[in-house]
Write a protein of this length. Sequence first.
Lengths: 331, 266
Amino acid sequence: MNSRLIHVENISKRFKKPKSFKMEKESLRSIFLFQREYKNAVDGISFEIDEGEMVGLIGPNGAGKTVTLKILSGILRPDGGNVWIDGMNPYKDRKKYVAKIGVVFGHKSQITYDLTPLDTYGVLKCIYKIPANIYRDNLERFCDLLGVNEFINQPVYSLSMGQKVRAELVCALIHSPKILFLDEATIGIDVIGKEKVRKCLRELNKSDGMTMIFTSHDMKDIENTCDRLMIIDEGKMIYDGSKTSLYEEYSSQRMMEVEFEKPQQEIRLEHVVCTDSDNNPMSKYLYYNHSDVNYNEMILKLMRDYPVKDLAVREPEIEYIIREIYRKKKK
Amino acid sequence: MSMDLIQLFKAYAKTGIKTRFQYHLDSFLLSLAVFVREASSIFGVYFLLLKFDTLNDWNIKEIFFMFSILSATYSLFIMFFMVFRDFPDWIKHGDFDRILLRPRGIFVQMILNGADWVAALSHGCISILMFILSANSVGIRWNAGSIFYYLVTMISGTVIQGAIFVFFSAFNFYFSKNHGIKEFVFWKSRRFATFPVSIYGGVVQNILMFVIPFAFVNYFPAQYLLRKSDMAAYPEYYMYLSPVIAIVGFTLAYVFWRFSLRYYQS
């Protein structure tokens, strides 16, 4: 038996692929023929996590983050591989296992729409058989931490998105879980709300030693909370390591955002990779390794050959590093 | 253990009823709509019988009595197995994920969670109405034996319908939509069960007895209490078979359901 808290070995999960038909004929034929195409949502992922770790799971849409979390939380049965968490198999020992975990799926609501958050917590108390004194303490503590008290007696449908998400987090914490899985849990929360959530998560990790795995599209969430990162793409793990070592590895990387007077086709500079800007048609992103280029030459050439309006050099933000990893993988 | 289940039931019932009362006008209209729909099918039977007097020896009161068994068990069924009826929506909205994430039995949660109190109330009212109209004028001697038989009928009828839905809801783990099968299998056969099974042709009879066993929900139990002449076409022991079918059917449906769960795609 492994001493690690979470032990995941070579798990995979495949799904039937929804087919799109080019012609009506094809879709008619498919009624009679059973054609099946499968897609590997998770394709041989392995990792181990110690008690008290905070792990950020990142990857583009459809990379398999949610499926991985669903396997870890016992909702899905993996087609292959082993999962062993706190001495249990999440799928087989479901009842015993889920009492020890808290889960929030940001896209699917766990809280009853027509009732107040307090009503839902009352039902949860009964479902998890939480002793009255622990329930009272937890309720007070988490509602305070997340600022739920001000709307605890309002029906959920009248709450804002951010309030709803915070109320759901309390649902996931009320039974004092040992492990917390958060999938896009901060979706739709404003900046202040997000800071509250992050603060709460950090505190739970520090004081209670709660282990957490979470995914988020907001890199700030992950940057501010996790020490360890796992990056997955197309169902495979492409990076697993500490946040700091990732920074170090890419610390010589730079990105320059350049705005031109008019749209440019291509920028030809030595050691520089150029991509279009996401939001400004006049801008380009230039990627380069800080130790490869001679700034003097590069800037001079840029200024001489192109109508530069504005430029900014960026430190390697985590978002950029991840983009770099994807880019290298694609090659 | 059982105390604990009662606690859980109370917690669910409280929130369920509270939810409904959030929209009392909607709930009222819904129960009215269900009531009118059911009543209209009863009127259909009524006008039919005005013309024929009897159907295979069954008069209007006796058919009403049989109908009251059907709606009473259906009303109980809605209270306990509602989730299986609406299972595709449950999967789609992620409610089933929530059930899997809670440390209680899956079936326990589904049965306690999904009661549709409003519709159950209207079916219950219909059944009580039909029962009052017929129970004392169809020649049943209400003694301890027949009351006991009637109660067993209620339970097994509810469980048989539950088994049908548990069985068909399991297909949702394989295909995302199967409203079609359900529509065909359940709603239509429930309509068939309004009349004595003996009036139908052989194929329909066999389906109603052995495939989707509605005949054992109301027809054969009503036969035990009423003893109509068309019972001669069937073995005598069919009148005692309902509880057996309920237990066997539900067990099979349960096993199939649990097996299919592994194909759940969330």
